[in-house]
Design a protein around this ligand. Structure first.
Ligand code: NAD
Length: 266
């Protein structure tokens, strides 16, 4: 049977298995998983009774035409080298690895390759999965992969040249925003004595409401700042301070991330 194979069962591998099966886009007998650690395979089998578990990556590659590789970038070449000898050239590999180009991946085996960048927020059906197909990917394979990932959120096709920047925003972004939420809540609790858990709950709800407001009204962030910051009031004092300091902080943040993106797959 032509099952969808997932190699690696960490944050992304388990999120994809949960998403594909919970959404119903794949049935339990249409998916097969292989991962290095026996404990994670035991956890997978316990969470999804009847799921196909391969003992090795090669065993999985022999049985699946669409193979999604969710190991870390520095482990991705090794996995492709390992399975290449049992592939017949008709396979479609989907690589999640940040920083490993289509050209590099296509050089490792004879099938077709798509790069995909999901986001942790896909676990709740929110956020955008970035998709970049290699030139050898046929239309049916492209549509099949896009259909799978659209079951866990939005899908956006992105040219490879724009993948680093788009990844920073849509996939690293939840980590950045979570860190900002944590800092804002923490600083407010420290300065005021408001209980830390309460501060975090209020900040999280505020962040979700702000994103919903911008999305639903189509207003710009600048419009919203203007609405909230009453002249001579409290918000104005905070926004003024942020606008003095944040451009430097974010320029440095983006530069550090783009630099790491260039080396992460080496
Ligand atoms: N975490 C994210 O939000 C995110 C988003 C988009 C893309 N990615 C990409 O997804 C990939 C996985 O990230 P993650 O956060 O899930 O990492 P992770 O460390 O949580 O998971 C990696 C998994 O691969 C397994 N593994 C390692 N070597 C293996 C091998 N040789 N054979 C089989 N399994 C092996 C590990 O046991 C682990 O289960 C990375 O390439 C990353 O760049 C991650």
């Amino acid at each position: 049977m032509d099952r969808v194979g997932i190699i690696g069962y960490g944050h992304m591998g388990s999120m994809l298995v949960n998403g594909f099966l919970s959404s119903g886009v794949l049935g339990i007998d249409e998916i097969m998983v292989a991962s290095k650690r026996q404990e994670s395979m035991d956890a997978c089998a316990a969470a999804w009774p009847g799921i196909g578990i391969a003992r090795t990556n090669r065993e999985l590659a022999r049985q699946c035409r669409l193979i999604i590789i969710t190991v870390r970038p520095q482990e991705t070449r090794g996995v492709l080298n390992e399975i290449a000898s049992v592939m017949d050239g008709d396979e479609h590999v989907v690589s999640l690895a940040a920083g490993i180009s289509l050209e590099d991946l296509e050089g490792l085996f004879s099938g077709s390759v798509t790069r995909v960048v999901p986001t942790a927020t896909s676990a709740v059906g929110q956020g955008t999965t970035l998709v970049c197909h290699g030139r050898q990917v046929g239309m049916l394979d492209a549509l099949r992969a896009e259909g799978l990932f659209s079951s866990i959120g939005n899908v956006a096709l992105v040219d490879e040249v724009n993948l680093p920047a788009a990844t920073l925003l849509s996939s690293c972004g939840p980590g950045l925003l979570a860190a900002i939420i944590e800092e804002l809540a923490g600083a407010t609790a420290r300065a005021s004595g408001l209980e830390a858990g309460r501060a975090l709950a209020l900040t999280t709800e505020m962040a979700a409401a702000t994103a919903a407001y911008l999305r639903e009204t189509g207003k710009t962030p600048g419009d919203l700042v203007e609405e909230v910051a009453t002249g001579g009031g409290v918000t104005e004092a905070g926004v003024q301070r942020l606008r003095e300091r944040l451009p430097g902080v974010f320029d440095g943040t983006v530069a550090a991330m783009l630099e790491r993106y260039g080396t992460v797959g080496k």
